[in-house]
Design a protein around this ligand. Structure first.
Ligand code: SF4
Length: 453
């Protein structure tokens, strides 16, 4: 008899997990990196190990966490969301203890390294937040789980609840979802800019105050030690790449976000104001935004340098850094032995690591192309934009066609060759009738993940 009931409970639990894990898959903001909170003598797990051993699925999303919702019941009706109240989907809800036990058991079996917890809104934002706090408190205090936890802040929840949650988790995110107030009003009428930006502001202030406290009292509890992030949905609304990247820039500056995640819109039904159900998710656009995001965070670019009101979409054929270089021939070639670190970073093919290596090596000697190769600098693209000791690379023919071929990914060049087109003038307009690549090449993907643009 006991076995029978136990079997029923397990089946129910697995069914809930199936529904709530599936409902959570649309949230891209789940990276596990960035926490420096070590293990404790009586605890289980360690957030640091998550930071260094997270892995990514083929589409670039992190897969080391159990990514799940407390519930997919929701009183809100965001049109782009599969869990909206008006959508007819199977619903489920975890009790806080059920979820805590599931996580700790998965962790002990080595299935996961941490938890990403979000939720639909049940009853009201405060109640939902309390449920999340209860589940995570059980994990932290009863089960002594010391691994990585990323929790979503529920828009509209009381600031004191957000603060309590912040002391239990490593990272928090408040999803901005849509890039403009107009889109928010149309597609997420229950949400407001204020109830999204206020928790972001409070988390930022809390992190700053906590840093001061930790300097004074080493044992002070840590508040959101891995910082906060957000997510924007791409392609659900007419908002342009320029609007999106400019908003990301403002969020990084104003709220010190660790990351903005971009999630290509996956149609969830035929809703007024939304792309039709058979529209493919704009993956290349998402990819270009990730590349531009790297440029904002690590390469010293500003959104206004990459796009403007007149040119408000990223070039599907070139990554944003190459596109900038092609549009600004007046800055090139750059003399490797004299250029500032900031200017080296603007050379296509020279990433953060390469620029640092050059700066270090040229302190002791003037560098030539052979030296650059020895330093591990990949010259395939860079050679067209640099000189060493005033000279171009030996035998290099700088024609528009040669440069463009090196800057485009292999799959675009292949299509170009197949179509019989030439790039004699090198003008991007000539390519406008050429199909933008639909798939992202491995080369592009790798550069996007490592940031070596
Ligand atoms: S509040 Fe969240 S879960 Fe609810 S409908 Fe909106 S996006 Fe979906």
């Amino acid at each position: 008899m006991f076995d029978f009931y136990f079997g029923v409970i397990i089946t129910e639990l697995l069914e809930k997990l199936k529904i709530l894990g599936d409902s959570a898959k649309y949230d891209a903001a789940c990276t596990s990196s960035g926490s420096d909170r070590g293990g404790t003598a009586d605890g289980i797990g360690n957030a640091v190990s998550c930071g260094i051993c997270h892995s990514f699925a083929a589409d670039g999303r992190c897969i080391s966490l159990l990514k799940v919702l407390m519930t997919n019941y929701c009183i809100f009706d965001c049109k782009y969301c599969i869990n909206r109240k008006s959508n007819d989907v199977e619903r489920a809800r975890f009790e806080p203890r059920e979820l805590a036990e599931l996580v700790i058991n998965f962790y002990k079996r080595n299935y996961i390294e941490g938890l990403f917890l979000s939720s639909g809104i049940i009853k009201n934002p405060d109640y939902t937040c309390e449920q999340m706090i209860e589940a995570i408190s059980l994990l932290r205090f009863e089960y002594k789980f010391n691994g990585y936890i990323h929790a979503k802040a529920i828009p509209g929840a009381d600031p004191l609840l957000i603060e309590r949650l912040g002391f239990l988790v490593d990272r928090m995110s408040v999803n901005i979802e849509l890039p403009s107030q107009e889109s928010l009003a149309k597609l997420a009428p229950d949400k407001s800019k204020r109830n999204i930006l206020l928790p972001m502001h409070n988390i930022k202030t809390g992190i700053e105050q906590n840093h001061t406290e930790i300097v004074k009292y080493k044992a002070a509890p840590k508040f959101v030690p891995a910082g906060q992030s957000t997510q924007m949905i791409i392609g659900a609304t007419p908002d342009s790449d320029f609007q999106i990247i400019r908003l990301s820039e403002a969020l990084y500056k104003k709220f010190s976000l660790k990351r903005v995640f971009y999630s290509a819109y996956v149609p969830v039904g035929d809703e007024k104001y939304l792309p039709s159900k058979d529209t493919k998710p704009p993956l290349l656009r998402e990819h270009r935004l990730y590349q531009a995001d790297w440029l904002l965070r690590f390469y010293g670019f500003e959104a206004g340098e990459l796009l403007d009101e007149k040119h408000s979409s990223f070039n599907p054929l070139l990554d944003p850094k190459c596109n900038w270089a092609v549009d600004h021939p007046e800055f090139f070639p750059v003399e490797v032995n004299k250029a500032s670190y900031e200017m080296l970073l603007r050379v296509p093919g020279i990433g953060v690591n390469s620029a640092k290596r050059i700066m270090m090596a040229r302190r002791s000697a003037s560098l030539d192309f052979k030296d650059l190769k020895k330093l591990g600098i990949v010259l395939k693209r860079a050679q067209y934009f640099i000189t060493c000791k005033g000279k171009r690379a030996e035998g290099l023919k700088v024609t528009n066609s040669a440069v463009m071929r090196e800057l485009m990914s292999a799959s675009v060049v292949k299509k170009l060759d197949e179509s019989g087109m030439t790039l004699s003038s090198g003008k991007m307009e000539q390519l406008s009738f050429f199909d933008a690549e639909q798939n992202i090449s491995m080369e592009d993907m790798q550069k996007c993940l490592t940031g070596q643009l």
